[in-house]
Ligand binder design. Sequence first.
Ligand SMILES: O=C(O)CCC(=O)C(=O)O
Ligand SMILES: [Fe+2]
Length: 328
Amino acid sequence: MPTAQTPLTSQSFEYTENPESPENQEGFETVRTAPIGPNGFGLEITGFDCAAAGPAALDTVRAWLFEHRVLVFRDQHLEDPARYEAFMRRIGTPIPHVLQDLTVPGHPAILKISDYVHPDGTPSGVLDGGTYWHSDMSYLPHTGIATSLYALRAAEQSGGTEFLDLRHGWQLAAREPDLLAALGCADPQDALDLPVAHRFGNRHSDRDPGAVDQHLTREQADTLTSVRHRLVERHPVTGVPSLFATSGTPRALGEADERSSAEALDRLESFLLSHLAGHTHRYRPGDLVVWDNMSTLHRGTGVRATSELDQCRLLHRINVHYTEEATP
Ligand SMILES: O=C(O)CCC(=O)C(=O)O
Ligand SMILES: [Fe+2]
C-alpha cells in the first residue's frame, strides 16, 4: 500500500488482492465485481448483501472504497433506517447533517434527497441542493468523509449522480506548469502545501445569482465557520495525493483574495471538466452508492421536481467520517 512517500504524480494506486475478499470466502461465492470507469475509478458489486457482511467482508468494502472511490452495490435491502445506519457505522462514524429539518425522524444522520414535492408545495427532502459540482462536507474542518445514497424509490427518468475522478485530475494537472502558475504554485509540491479557504455553498453563486445554491437559516449558518484544506491532499488511508474539493466550497487560494482566486479556480474547474470523463450513476431501487469525498467531485444531474409519487426519486443519504484524525 502506498505511504506518505508516494511520488506526487504516481500513476496508479497498487491494490493488493485481499485473500479475505468476498470472492474467496465461504458464503460469498455469488459476489461479482465490474469496473465502471478508466483508471480504476468506480466498481459495481452484485451478489453482495451489505446488511449481512461480516468483519472480513467489511474490510474488503473499505479496501474497495479507497481503491475505486465510487462503489455501486445492487439489490440491497436497507429500507429500515436503523439497519442502513448500522451498516454505514461499520465503515465510519455517522455525521449529523446541518439541514436537520430534512432528516429521517429519529435519525439525525440520515438526510432525505428527494425530487417529490407535496401537493402544498413543501419539499420532502433536499431537491436540487447538490446539482452543482462539489465534494460533501468540505466546509467542515475534518477530511476523510464517505457518503452513501440508498435508493428507496427511483423512477426510470429521475435524476442521476455524476462523478469525477480528482485523483486522475491531479495526475493531469500536475503536468501543466501554466495551470499550476495560475494557482500560485511554482511546482507540484507547492500544491500539496497550498492552503485553500472553504465556505459552505456554491462559490459560483457569489458572482452568478442564478447559480444553484444551498440556503441556511441564521442558526444553521452560525454553526459553521470558514475552514482551510490543502489544494492537494494525501488520502488519509492510502497516502495517494489527489486534488480535494476543487468545486463548490473553495473560495481563496493561499494569501490571495477571493476575487483573484475565483479566476484561478474557474480555470482549474474548466481544465478538469474538459479533461476528465464523468460517470453518471442512474439509480434503480435497491442501489447503494458509496463514495470517498477525498478524491472525487459529484453533482446531481437531470433532477426535476415532481408531485407524482411513482415518478419520484427518494434517496437516503449518510455521511461518515472514516478516520478519527482531523486534518489541520
Ligand atoms: O442529487 C444527487 O444525485 C446528488 C446529491 C448529493 O450531492 C448528495 O447527496 O451529496
Ligand atoms: Fe453531494
